[in-house]
Design a protein around this ligand. Structure first.
Ligand code: AMP
Ligand code: MG
Length: 413
C-alpha cells in the first residue's frame, strides 16, 4: 500500500503536458495560455479625456474658481472617435467627451460640471491642476510589454485584455479527452428498467461532471459487466482518448477483473492500493504514455479518488501550474474517531464562528454514501498517525467548493 502523497507524485510524474491549439478568445475562457502575449502598441494609443468637459491650456485657468471664473472661447468639438483637427491656442477651449483625443496645444480638461456655457464662451470655475482628467497614451499598457504570460488562466479580464491588444485568437493548451467506463454486473443505466437489487450507475455521471468541472472532455464508454471480454472491448474503444478512467472491479473480490483486463491491454501498473479512506482500492498505470486510473466502485470513493489523483493530473495536462484545491485550517466541531491506520478524508461542512473556521462532519462516512458528499464543502485531512482528534483541534481541510455556500447576502443590502 502506497501513501497518498507519494501516489499523487507518481501520477503527476507520468502525465504529459498536452499540445497547443489556437482558439477564439471567448472560447478560451478557463483555458491556460500557451504563449506570452506582448503589446504591439500603447494602450490607450493617444492622450484622451477621462471626462466630458472642455480641454484647454492649463496656464489660462490657473487659480480659476466659482468666485473668479475664467472665460475661454470654444473653437470646436472633440468627441470620442472624431478628433478635433486643429490646435488649441491661448484662451481657447475645445468641447471634449470621455475618450475624445486631446488636441494639440491643450494639456488640461475642465469637467463640464465646473463650467457654464453661454454661446461660444465657456466660464471655467475650477483649476484641477495641470494634466487634470487626461488619460495618457500608454498609461495602461506600453508597446513591447509582456502583458499576459504562458501559464496564465484566461478569465474574463484576460479575454478583455486580449481583445484590447487586438488578438482574436490565442494559443492555449489542449483539453484531454477522458474515456469513462463503469463496471459491474449489478449496474443499470438510466435508460434501462430498474429492478430492486440492482444499482443505478451513478459513477459514469458524477465522474463525467468532475471531468467537465476540471475543463476536460468526458467520453462515455458505458457500463461493462464483470466480464473481461466486455471490459476489454469497451476499454479498447477508449484508447483514442488521452486518459482512461474506470470505476469498480479493482478490489480483491472474485469478480474484480479490471486490473487484469487493463494488464491484458498492456497497462504497466505504477501502484495499486492507496493508504487512504475512502478510496483504498485504486490502480494507476499507463498504456503507452496514456494514464489509466482504475477507480474504486463505491460512488464516494470514486469521487474522492478523482479529486486526489485525476483532477491534479488533468489540470497538469492542460497547462495549469497550480494543481490542488485550496487548503484551509479549521477547528473540529466534535471528536473524530479514526478507525483504520490510513489517512482519512472526512466529508465536512465548513462554517465560521467568531472569526474562526469550524469543520463539522456531514454524517455517514460510508464509501457508498453519497448524501454526505452532497452536503460537503470540503474534506478534513486526518492522518492516522496524528490521532486522536478531539473537538477544537486544528485540522487541514481541502476545500472542494470555493463558492459554496454562496452568500444569501448582497454586499449592498
Ligand atoms: P466494486 O468496486 O466493483 O466492488 O463496487 C463497490 C460498490 O460500488 C458496490 O456496492 C457497487 O455496486 C458500487 N458501484 C460500482 N460501480 C458503480 C457505479 N458505476 N455507480 C454506482 N455504484 C457503483
Ligand atoms: Mg464490482
Amino acid at each position: 500500500m502506497i501513501e497518498i502523497g507519494e501516489a499523487q507524485q507518481k501520477v503527476l510524474e507520468e502525465v504529459p503536458l498536452l499540445g497547443r491549439e489556437r482558439i477564439h478568445i471567448v472560447d478560451a475562457l478557463g483555458r491556460v495560455l500557451a504563449q506570452d502575449v506582448e503589446a504591439v502598441r500603447d494602450v490607450p494609443s493617444t492622450d484622451n479625456s477621462a471626462m466630458d468637459g472642455y480641454c484647454c491650456r492649463h496656464e489660462d485657468i490657473v487659480g480659476a474658481g466659482p468666485e473668479n471664473p475664467v472665460t475661454l472661447t470654444v473653437i470646436g468639438d472633440s468627441p470620442a472617435g472624431r478628433p478635433f483637427g486643429g490646435e488649441v491656442g491661448a484662451r481657447e477651449a475645445v468641447r471634449i467627451m470621455t475618450g475624445g483625443v486631446i488636441p494639440s496645444g491643450a494639456d488640461t480638461v475642465v469637467m463640464v460640471e465646473d463650467t457654464r456655457l453661454t454661446g461660444d464662451e465657456v466660464e471655467c470655475m475650477k483649476d484641477a491642476g495641470p494634466g487634470a482628467h487626461i488619460r495618457h497614451r500608454g498609461e495602461d499598457v506600453r508597446a513591447g510589454e509582456t502583458v499576459l504570460q504562458k501559464g496564465d488562466i484566461i478569465r474574463p479580464p484576460e479575454v478583455g485584455m486580449l481583445a484590447t491588444l487586438g488578438h482574436a485568437y490565442v494559443h492555449v493548451y489542449q483539453r484531454p479527452l477522458v474515456a469513462i467506463l463503469s463496471t459491474g454486473d449489478e449496474l443499470v443505466d438510466l435508460d434501462e428498467p430498474f429492478v430492486p437489487g440492482k444499482v443505478i450507475c451513478s459513477n459514469s455521471y458524477s465522474l463525467a461532471a468532475q471531468v467537465l468541472e476540471c475543463g476536460a472532455v468526458p467520453i462515455s464508454l458505458g457500463i461493462a459487466s464483470d466480464d473481461d471480454a466486455d471490459q476489454r472491448s469497451r476499454i479498447t474503444d477508449g484508447l483514442r482518448a488521452d486518459v482512461i478512467l474506470t470505476s469498480g472491479g479493482v478490489s480483491v473480490g472474485k469478480y474484480d477483473l479490471v486490473k487484469d483486463t487493463l494488464s491484458q491491454l498492456g497497462m504497466k501498473v505504477k501502484f495499486w492500493k492507496v493508504a487512504m479512506k475512502p478510496g483504498k482500492p485504486l490502480v494507476f498505470g499507463t498504456i503507452g504514455n496514456k494514464p489509466v486510473f482504475g477507480l474504486p466502485g463505491n460512488p464516494t470513493s470514486a469521487m474522492i479518488s478523482f479529486e486526489q489523483f485525476v483532477r491534479p493530473a488533468l489540470l497538469k495536462m492542460m497547462g495549469h501550474e497550480n494543481l490542488y484545491r485550496p487548503l484551509i485550517e479549521a477547528s473540529l466541531a466534535e471528536d473524530m474517531h479514526i478507525s483504520s491506520g490510513r489517512l482519512h478524508l472526512v466529508r465536512c461542512k465548513l462554517f465560521e464562528r467568531d472569526g474562526e473556521m469550524i469543520a463539522l462532519s456531514t454524517g455517514n462516512q460510508s464509501s457508498g454514501a453519497l448524501r454526505s458528499m452532497v452536503l460537503a464543502d470540503g474534506l478534513m485531512i486526518l492522518p492516522a498517525d496524528k490521532r486522536p482528534f478531539a473537538r477544537g483541534d486544528r485540522v487541514r481541510v481541502q476545500v472542494l467548493h470555493t463558492n459554496s455556500p454562496l452568500s444569501p447576502h448582497s454586499p449592498y443590502e
